[in-house]
Design a protein around this ligand. Structure first.
Ligand SMILES: Cc1cc2nc3c(=O)[nH]c(=O)nc-3n(C[C@H](O)[C@H](O)[C@H](O)COP(=O)(O)O)c2cc1C
Length: 141
């Protein structure tokens, strides 16, 4: 079984900041080694991140991310087990929800019954659009 953790936090950096690039470089380096996959969504003020991996590994990763001073107010939105990974090809995918996409994003979250599932579905939709196109995201076998 695979553990899936989804959280929300408040970014301390500006939109389009180099900080996100640094976070991703670290995530790609570590997550591949630890067998962690997932997706990071950034809005103007918030991070939403889904992480998938072994139970104990996610304890460590989530604990480490929680202490990171580049964001604050981390709140777990869901923590559950699943039969398989949903972001198997992503050591850590990333998408910046621009202000132009904001209405579509808000509508998407409003329409679903369950906020956490709607968010994950939004990430899957975006990841699906990008899977072929992006050379930036190394996969995890
Ligand atoms: C929003 C956010 C998401 C992060 N996601 C990950 C991640 O998926 N994997 C990871 O190893 N580190 C992630 N980090 C970075 C960790 O908090 C931590 O800084 C890093 O793992 C430390 O690595 P280092 O000691 O090699 O610099 C994230 C940080 C933030 C602020």
């Amino acid at each position: 079984m695979i553990r899936t953790v989804l959280y929300q936090s408040t970014a301390k950096s500006d939109f389009h900041s180099k900080v996100d690039h640094d976070i991703l470089e670290t995530a790609w380096r570590h997550n591949g080694e630890m067998g962690v996959t997932g997706y990071l969504l950034r809005t103007r003020t918030q991070y939403f991140q889904v992480l998938e991996g072994e139970y104990d590994v996610l304890d460590d990763v989530v604990g480490m991310i929680r202490k990171d001073p580049r964001h604050t107010g981390m709140g777990i939105l869901c923590d559950r087990t699943a039969k398989e990974r949903r972001f198997a090809n992503w050591a850590m995918g990333y998408h910046l929800v621009t202000e132009a996409e904001r209405d579509e994003f808000d509508d998407w979250l409003k329409d679903g019954d369950d906020f956490a599932s709607s968010l994950i579905n939004y990430m899957l939709m975006i990841a699906g659009c990008r899977e072929v196109a992006s050379p930036m995201h190394p996969g995890v076998s």
